[in-house]
Design a protein around this ligand. Structure first.
Ligand SMILES: Cc1cc2nc3c(=O)[nH]c(=O)nc-3n(C[C@H](O)[C@H](O)[C@H](O)COP(=O)(O)OP(=O)(O)OC[C@H]3O[C@@H](n4cnc5c(N)ncnc54)[C@H](O)[C@@H]3O)c2cc1C
Ligand SMILES: NC(=O)c1ccc[n+]([C@@H]2O[C@H](COP(=O)([O-])OP(=O)(O)OC[C@H]3O[C@@H](n4cnc5c(N)ncnc54)[C@H](O)[C@@H]3O)[C@@H](O)[C@H]2O)c1
Length: 455
């Protein structure tokens, strides 16, 4: 009979959230087992945030060079994807090898167990033929996988997900992107800037459908300026592949789209059933693990990151990890608060947002004042010239006189968002924001103009 192994805490999944929990608890002196089925570090460093932002950095350089003639003379650039692919392989992912991360965890005192973990009861995780009993409890941090929509024919084709796109040594000549959310728009723009003919097929009426309509419109204009064909309100009816080329037939469309590659970027799902959540009384068919403000999902059970369903972002997973760590160590601190949840889509222009959209605020029955001011109308935006597209949109709870949402789009729009993030998080009265000194001539001075334009 095998004897169960003991630990203080077992963390299942070592993406950004799980790695942070496991490493911090191990450093604090707990006996921590970290279970990882893939690479220590998870999606973000190997197939998501980091390599995609390296691609974007490269694409933005090309675009900036294209603005030289208007402002500074002449520039001839020759896009070469091999430089991007090499940087991702050599600098970002170590050729998709996680030894450095595994060693880092071991150096903190953690015990790495490679394999697929499964809950087999309260405080119990089984990995292959080993079962671990966690004295303090189990932390679930297994992230998400791409959601593949049930479009007839799609499953039988060699479609790409983000993983294939991040590992591409060469770019296809043409690509259809299914889904115009964060992944779809970021990668569509990069690929187009490296001369791939891209078509984005988005089911909703706007790109970035969870953001402000102005954000979706701006993203569409930016993509079109880079030569991307943007189809909104468009749904794939059937997908095929003849060994060389994809065909995508759209609902109501006559001519099918054809392309060398098809990237599916239609959201993410958490797979709770194989995780054995039913063994602790949770619903395996649910879309996420429900958690309280301390990231508790039950007795001796916590969940952090994408799997908690409160925003699929690395910064959310790290934030929740910090809260779970405090709770496990019995340390005081505030509970999770998502009022000022920030996100940035790293297109050019960057589109950052925090808190509620105008529509979400109105749906909550709030009395709302809003404003939208173009970055180009600010001194800095005007000086910047080509590439100055963008805007600040503010959403104010008029009864309380505080901002509850904002969008910052433009050059470094994600950085400019920071001030708005503070305002929403700390509930700084609009009246006080209006009487602050804003450095001249910065992009963020558009915030001052937008505060004055609230109606
Ligand atoms: C293309 C792309 C770009 C992105 N860009 C950004 C960005 O710029 N900024 C941002 O904030 N977010 C971005 N994201 C989202 C970000 O990658 C995720 O929110 C983040 O990785 C989630 O972290 P996590 O800890 O929840 O899980 P993950 O990173 O998904 O890691 C989960 C880990 O658990 C492991 N695992 C799963 N099941 C088991 C099991 N049963 N047993 C053991 N191990 C298991 C997996 O192998 C994986 O390593 C991007 C995502 C994509 C796809
Ligand atoms: N910069 C960032 O922070 C960043 C970048 C990439 C991804 N991410 C994270 O990863 C998550 C996943 O990204 P994503 O782009 O896959 O998801 P998403 O939810 O952001 O967007 C998916 C889009 O696909 C559309 N869609 C769904 N089914 C469709 C269909 N059958 N046909 C056409 N369109 C369809 C949706 O309407 C939606 O607009 C994001 O929600 C985000 O949390 C973050």
């Amino acid at each position: 009979m095998s004897v169960n192994e003991q630990a203080d805490v077992v963390v299942v999944g070592l993406g950004p959230g799980g790695e942070h929990v496991a490493g911090t608890l191990a450093e604090a002196g707990l006996d921590v087992v970290g279970v990882e089925a893939g690479l220590v570090g998870g999606e973000c460093p190997y197939w998501a945030c980091v390599p995609s932002k390296m691609m974007i950095r490269a694409g933005n350089l090309l675009a900036e060079a294209g603005r030289v003639p208007a402002l500074a003379g002449a520039a001839v650039v020759t896009p070469d994807w091999t430089r991007v692919a090499e940087r991702i392989r050599n600098e970002a992912t170590d050729d998709w090898n996680d030894q450095v991360a595994a060693d880092r965890f071991a150096a903190k005192g953690g015990r790495l167990v490679r394999g697929t973990g499964r809950l087999t009861g309260p405080r119990r995780v089984t990995v292959g033929d080993r079962t671990f009993e966690a004295r303090r409890g189990v932390v679930l941090a297994t992230g998400t996988r791409p959601r593949i929509p049930p479009v007839p024919g799609l499953e039988e084709t060699p479609y790409w997900t983000n993983r294939d796109a991040m590992a591409a040594k060469e770019l296809p000549a043409s690509m259809v992107v299914l889904g115009g959310g964060a992944i779809g728009v970021e990668l569509a723009q990069v690929f187009a800037r490296f001369n791939c003919a891209v078509t984005v097929v988005e089911g909703q009426d706007q790109l970035l459908s969870q953001e402000e309509p102005e954000a979706g419109k701006l993203a569409a204009e930016a993509l079109r300026a880079d030569g991307v064909t943007v189809l909104t309100g468009a749904r794939a009816r059937r997908v095929g592949h003849d060994g060389t080329e994809f065909t995508v037939r759209l609902e109501g469309g006559e001519q099918p789209l054809s392309a060398e590659r098809l990237l599916v970027a239609t959201g993410r799902v958490a797979d709770l059933s194989p995780l054995g959540v039913d063994s602790v009384g949770l619903d395996p068919a649910a879309g996420a693990v429900p958690t309280d403000g301390r990231m508790r999902a039950g007795e001796g059970l916590w969940a952090v990151g994408d799997i908690a369903g409160r925003g699929a972002f690395t910064h959310v997973s790290m934030y929740q990890a910090g809260i779970a760590v405090r709770d496990i160590l019995g340390q005081p601190g505030p509970e999770a608060d998502y009022r000022a949840l920030p996100r940035v889509t790293f297109t050019d222009p960057e589109i950052g947002a925090v808190g509620l959209t105008e529509r979400q605020a109105r749906e909550r029955g709030l009395r709302v004042r809003t404003s939208v001011v173009a970055v180009a109308s600010s001194t800095r935006g005007w000086i910047h010239g080509p590439g100055n597209e963008g805007f600040i949109k503010l959403v104010e709870d008029a009864d309380r006189g505080v901002l509850i949402g904002a969008t910052s789009a433009g050059p470094v729009g994600g950085e400019v968002l920071y001030g708005l993030n503070v305002a929403v998080h700390a509930e700084v009265p609009v009246e006080r924001l209006q009487h602050m000194i804003y450095t001249y001539p910065t992009f963020h001075r558009t915030i001052e103009a937008a505060l004055g334009a609230l109606r």
